[in-house]
Design a protein around this ligand. Structure first.
Ligand SMILES: NC(=O)c1ccc[n+]([C@@H]2O[C@H](COP(=O)([O-])OP(=O)(O)OC[C@H]3O[C@@H](n4cnc5c(N)ncnc54)[C@H](O)[C@@H]3O)[C@@H](O)[C@H]2O)c1
Length: 353
């Protein structure tokens, strides 16, 4: 496919829930090179509502049938986590490009099979990493590339909610369907952002602890309405990652915990400078002529980066850019999460090298 293509890339969507409606649908509709031609959801009213909104879209309730019937270029996967790997592999094996929501997979072996399927097919497999495309991270990436921080040797990141269990009793809180709680849901965002800013070093060892104290308590806060009562995932996870270049990263995530207020942050220290990106604040720390200098770059917080991530994916499919996300990075990510859960169960550090 080249940039001079005469027709638009045909997108088939699997799952039309919250993230599809809120982020993927507007992004693929706004991209000048794509058209959504088919949508699939086991909950037919959801797929029909989306089809009504988009217009001229065929509706399916079985993804296998959609893949069979439609002539697609791209599959967009917005399903519960346990479906990401099998759907991505099936689509790649059919020679389709795949854009998939995070987390890449719920086990490292699955992420590895996704990577192998992508390599075999030669198609683009990209997993949503929308935070990389936000204005402050992009500014930091440039600042780091220009040597502003020197070697980044340690950092900490977190997404700590006071009350924010997403749909207690639904697929998010059912390990078989989600793979885990806030670690796999929120941790994937913050760990990826940190590793990307660090230049994607290879993880070599991981320690983790998980807690589940709010499965029965009424602390979930804003929550979508769901049927069911399963809650067999953690509500808080904390961990420590060592990388092959000597750098380290502390992680803390929660869906519910007794803290003053929600806290979302990445902070890092390098040999020449450091930074703190925490909620609304954004600061750089350097030293000029022996003087400590703190600055607050006037970079607006901006949007969530979903549109930019979709645009980048489409450009990669068109061969206009090298993909910023490689399936290797997905394998590293899910190996880290697997190891953190294993460490939490076994009470020891897990080596990955
Ligand atoms: N990148 C982000 O900012 C971000 C934000 C929210 C969610 N997500 C990710 O997006 C994914 C979906 O999350 P959500 O919040 O939209 O969930 P959701 O519960 O709102 O929607 C999931 C949809 O999947 C459908 N579904 C379930 N099984 C299906 C199947 N076998 N075939 C087709 N459809 C099926 C459900 O009917 C539902 O409509 C998750 O992996 C989540 O981690 C990413």
């Amino acid at each position: 496919m080249t940039a001079n293509m005469e027709r638009k890339l045909r997108v088939g969507v699997i799952s039309t829930g919250g993230i599809f409606r809120g982020a993927h649908m507007p992004a693929f509709l706004a991209n000048p090179h794509t058209e959504i031609v088919a949508v699939c959801d086991t909950h037919k009213p959801s797929a029909c509502a989306v089809a009504d909104e988009i217009g001229q879209v065929r509706v399916y309730t079985e993804w296998e049938e959609m893949l069979e019937q439609e002539e697609l270029d791209i599959i967009d996967i917005c399903s519960p986590n346990y479906l990401h790997a099998p759907l991505a592999i099936a689509a790649l094996e059919r020679g389709l490009h795949v854009f998939c929501e995070k987390p890449d997979a719920i086990h490292a072996e699955e992420a590895l099979r996704m990577k192998e399927a992508a390599e075999k097919s030669g198609k683009v497999l990209m997993v949503m990493r929308n935070n990389r495309y936000r204005s402050r991270p992009k500014f930091l990436k440039q600042w780091i590339a220009e040597g502003g921080a020197g070697h980044l040797y340690t950092g900490r990141c977190g997404w700590i909610r006071r009350k924010g269990i997403p749909g207690k009793g639904g697929w998010f809180t059912t390990k078989e369907l989600s793979g885990g709680g806030p670690l796999i849901d929120l941790g994937v965002h913050m760990i990826d952002l940190s590793m990307w800013l660090m230049g994607n070093p290879k993880p070599i060892a991981v320690t983790g602890a998980t807690y589940s104290h709010f499965s029965q308590a009424k602390i979930e806060g804003e929550s979508r309405h769901v049927e069911g009562n399963t809650y067999d995932v953690e509500d808080l996870a904390t961990g420590f990652i060592r990388f092959d270049n000597g750098a380290t990263l502390q992680v803390e995530v929660s869906w519910a915990s007794h803290i003053e207020e929600d806290d979302v942050f990445v902070e890092m220290r390098g040999t020449k400078g450091g930074f703190s990106m925490r909620n609304e604040t954004f600061k750089l720390f350097t030293d000029i002529g022996g003087q400590s200098v703190n600055s607050e770059p006037q970079v607006p917080i901006g949007g969530w980066g979903h549109q930019e991530n979709v645009n980048h994916f489409v450009d990669a499919v068109l061969g206009l850019v090298e993909p910023e996300f490689t399936p290797d990075q997905g394998v590293d990510m899910i190996r880290i999460l697997d190891a953190m859960y294993q460490s939490a169960r076994e009470g020891r550090e897990i080596r990955l090298d």
